[in-house]
Design a protein. Structure first.
Length: 281
């Protein structure tokens, strides 16, 4: 049975042995990467922004023509995973809906908890070196072609992972994608935020995932007296900014310390943004 450092639960709260297979070989999640997921962070037993993640899961499912159980139906599985967890103080919790067997009708849904990687914890403070890579479409093309699924959180993350491998093979840790016109999009698993004085700026939610962490950061920053805005950004804006960060639900917020091999500073703002986001050690 589970040793508590990886936990798997079905939506009704049944715990499964993580060493045992769950998906069938003909599941379309396996065969074609069809399905949707969410990732959030559990800190000291509390899942951050769970309601927002449950809602976004439904939105991604609608974009992919998949019917997933309603948000509340996931809660017993989440509770079971939280209670079974005996690992460290920070757990990455994934909610997964795979499309299911080729000729079946029901998605296979489960909850998976695992330790937050040490590298993610480290990068919150040490930062990430990024490469700027072209994503291969324009914002306009992606928004008029819903089949590209830009902005849906689907199980097809092969391109995003390939970009990260390319970055690592070239002396970087992460990637900021640009569209074919040079507009800043997002990172493979994060949103992009920059500071201009006391204004935080992020690109519009077009052809990118609507980041839950950046929204939370903006709410907290506004309450603390910052201005916040969304506007189209280019690489020049990244260089002209006082600081650039990647935000995401598990790593939360990491400063960008180099772009294409050239160092860039964080304006000594990372600590303040960490406090706004309640980033743990
Ligand atoms: C492609 C992509 N963009 C942005 C994000 C950041 O979103 P969030 O802050 O909701 O985790 C993620 C991570 O989930 C992602 O995979």
């Amino acid at each position: 049975m589970a040793d508590g450092s990886v936990v798997v639960a079905l939506l009704d709260g049944t715990l499964l042995d993580p060493a045992q297979p769950l998906l069938r070989p003909d599941d379309l999640g396996v065969l074609r990467g069809e399905g949707v997921f969410e990732t959030t962070l559990v800190v000291d037993g509390i899942a951050r922004d769970l309601d927002e993640h449950l809602i976004r899961l439904t939105v991604s499912a609608e974009q992919t023509g998949l019917t997933v159980p309603a948000p509340d139906q996931w809660r017993p599985g989440v509770q079971a995973a939280l209670q079974a967890w005996t690992g460290g103080s920070q757990m990455v919790l994934r909610l997964i809906a795979s499309r299911g067997p080729e000729h079946g009708s029901e998605p296979v849904c489960y909850v998976l908890g695992a330790e937050l990687p040490m590298a993610s914890r480290r990068q919150r403070r040490s930062g990430v070196r990024v490469l700027l890579l072209e994503r291969g479409f324009t914002v306009a093309a992606a928004t008029s072609a819903p089949w590209l699924l830009a902005g849906a959180k689907t199980l097809s993350y092969g391109v995003n992972m390939a970009a990260l491998r390319h970055a690592r093979a070239n002396g970087a840790d992460d990637v900021i994608f640009l569209d074919a016109d040079g507009r800043v999009l997002e990172a493979p698993t994060s949103s992009v935020v920059l500071a201009r004085g006391r204004t935080l700026v992020t690109p519009p939610e077009e052809a990118i995932l609507a980041g839950i962490t950046v929204r939370r950061l903006f709410r907290a920053a506004e309450s603390a007296g910052w201005d916040v805005q969304t506007e189209p950004l280019t690489a020049a804006d990244l260089w002209a900014a006082d600081g650039v960060w990647l935000t995401s639900s598990a790593r939360l917020l990491a400063p960008v310390v180099a772009i294409d091999g050239r160092p860039r500073a964080d304006g000594a703002l990372t600590g303040e943004l960490h406090r706004l986001l309640d980033v743990p050690d």
